[in-house]
Design a protein around this ligand. Structure first.
Ligand code: NAD
Length: 527
């Protein structure tokens, strides 16, 4: 393990990048009479910027502006709306360094982890930029009486989407999730976490540069429990990404208003190492799966279940690979893991590891805070001998901590993997693709990656991604990821004859005719 650039150099670079003028430009158009501050974990929690804080009247004004803009936007042909996403894709790739700097400054993550976010957003922009017109086009449906009834299904925008996002993926979970909402003709009022707001605001400016009408994306900032409910209380649809605990509160508020909600929540994701796995690949995959984004990733791996026959060999490789990780707070490529995002997050990780050790867990590597690297640093940590009721078994840690548990066979691996209320993501390592896919299908998680930790499924943007059980409701990506931002509408045009006795026919003959027609349709295999 080694450190990166000095704290003073880093502080200078951050100050040169996040100037008052820069912040003012980003916050242009953000409503709020109060002020709220954000900080950088890269500089040990140093003050970064002051931003406008919204009160109830500010949030109401943001919704009014969004609503007015949405009516005009919904009338813009979907191809032109989608073209904005394609232009955004190009701008984002061209100006990715600006995004990478901001993401790193706000979250502390390694530059390659930040780059992963840029890629995720670009993939989404390309996908919905190209596919939205097809996903949203009116579709002919079989009418009540074929030929006489002409039916089509339309996708109408919901209106104004209330969008609440956490700090851990500030680009992907802000603009990445909002792109299909815009393509579908909606406006968005977003409340990002204040600690990650600059990235969201930067993305907003870039999307406006790509052609999004300025008023269509409103950002409001402030304390989650204060400003969050103001957004949920006015939205026509809610998109929430965050903890399961807050997600339940948000779901209740949305349900009381009878508006739909997508909830992308926490996980306690397992990785299964089968006895035929390539152990070098499994160890390298585990390092990526467990420690990317400093372990603060909803789809990251927190439990490894390994066949007992290969447990020692796998563990040796994995521990070695973990020890070789390059740690450091840096704005350059070349480190594998940065600091945690905040003191709160560090406290949580320390508490989980101390609790595990006090109940008999063994630390194979890591297990220490590293204030010498920067204030919120914690070493990538591998535990074994973990068992309930240790916190690491029951709760999401959301940090660079993983446990290894040997299992007798595939059946025990599957049973243990599924023994949690969460159901977000899983990984299976095996040389036998068919066997791995069989095991994958028995896992109760929204995504399963074979021979990779999370990125294979996350990057497969045509296919839905989300959680089962306590990990959430609804999906991002694919058709579901854009249809959720629409209300389906059925339009049926009854032609020539009404759906009632006519042309002098009495009720009995009409009923008999309908019955005959019904049988004929089945015989003709009409669906
Ligand atoms: P959090 O629930 O504390 O906060 C998430 C967002 O909700 C923040 O913007 C916060 O200000 C806001 N908020 C807080 N209280 C609110 C309330 N009462 N009403 C409305 N909004 C409120 O979560 P966090 O600690 O910021 O994020 C980490 C969690 O997010 C982890 O559990 C992680 O697994 C989860 N997460 C899930 C996904 C996914 O796609 N499934 C992705 C990223 C993170």
């Amino acid at each position: 393990m080694r450190t990166a650039e000095s704290q003073t150099d880093l502080q200078d670079r951050v100050e040169r990048l996040v100037t008052d003028t820069f912040v003012k430009r980003l916050a242009d158009g953000v409503v709020g009479r109060g002020t709220t501050s954000c900080h950088s974990p890269l500089t040990g929690g140093g003050h970064l910027a002051e931003l406008p804080e919204a009160d109830d009247a500010d949030v109401a004004a943001a919704f009014d502006r969004a609503r007015a803009a949405q009516r005009a936007w919904a009338a813009v042909p979907v191809r032109r709306r989608a073209a904005v996403l394609l232009r955004f894709h190009d701008l984002l790739l061209r100006r990715q360094d600006e995004a990478l700097d901001l993401i790193q400054i706000e979250t502390g993550k390694a530059r390659l982890s930040a780059h992963e976010e840029v890629m995720a957003v670009a993939v989404s922009a390309r996908h919905y930029g190209r596919r939205a017109p097809d996903y949203l086009r009116p579709r002919r449906r079989l009418g009540a009486i074929p030929v006489l009834t002409q039916t089509s299904e339309l996708r109408q925008p919901r209106g104004v989407v209330g969008h609440i996002s956490p700090w851990n993926y500030p680009l992907e979970l802000s603009v990445g999730d909002a792109l299909p909402a815009f393509a579908a003709g909606n406006a968005v009022v977003m409340k990002p976490d204040t600690e990650a707001a600059l990235t969201a605001l930067w993305a907003r400016r870039l999307l406006i540069e790509a052609g999004l009408p300025e008023e269509l994306w409103q950002v409001v900032l402030g304390e989650g429990p204060v400003v969050g409910p103001m957004v949920v209380g006015r939205a026509d649809y809610v998109v929430f990404t965050g903890s399961t605990r807050t997600g339940r509160t948000v779901a209740q508020s949305a349900a009381a208003r009878l508006v739909g909600a997508t909830l992308e929540l926490g996980g306690k994701n397992p990785m299964l190492v089968l006895d035929d796995a390539d152990l070098d690949k499994a160890a390298a995959g585990a390092v990526r799966g467990c420690f990317a984004n400093t372990g603060q990733i909803c789809v990251g791996i927190e439990r490894i279940l390994v066949h007992a026959s290969v447990a020692d060999a796998f563990t040796t490789r994995f521990v070695e690979a973990t020890k070789a990780m390059r740690l450091g707070a840096s704005l350059d490529y070349g480190t594998d893991m940065g600091p945690l995002v905040s003191a709160t997050q560090l406290d949580r990780v320390v508490r989980h590891v101390e609790d595990a050790v006090s109940h008999g867990a063994t630390v194979l590597t890591g297990g220490k805070a590293r204030p010498d690297l920067s204030a919120f640093f914690y070493e990538p940590t591998v535990l074994t001998d973990v068992k309930p009721p240790m916190l690491v078994c029951e709760e999401e840690t959301f940090g660079p901590v993983v446990s290894i548990t040997p299992v007798a066979d595939d059946a025990e691996a599957v049973a243990r993997a599924n023994d949690t209320a969460y159901g977000l993501n899983a990984a299976v390592f095996s040389r036998d693709g068919r066997r791995a896919r069989r095991v994958a299908a028995r896992l109760r998680t929204g995504s399963v990656n074979i021979n990779e930790g999370y990125a294979a499924a996350y990057g497969s943007v045509q296919s839905p991604l989300g959680g089962m059980g306590d990990s959430g409701v609804g999906r991002r990506h694919g058709a579901e990821g854009i249809w959720k931002y629409t209300e389906s509408q059925t339009i049926s045009h009854q032609r020539v004859l009404p759906l009632a006795p006519s042309l002098g026919m009495d009720d009995r003959r009409y009923a008999a005719l309908l019955t005959f027609g019904m049988k004929a349709l089945k015989s003709l295999r009409v669906r």
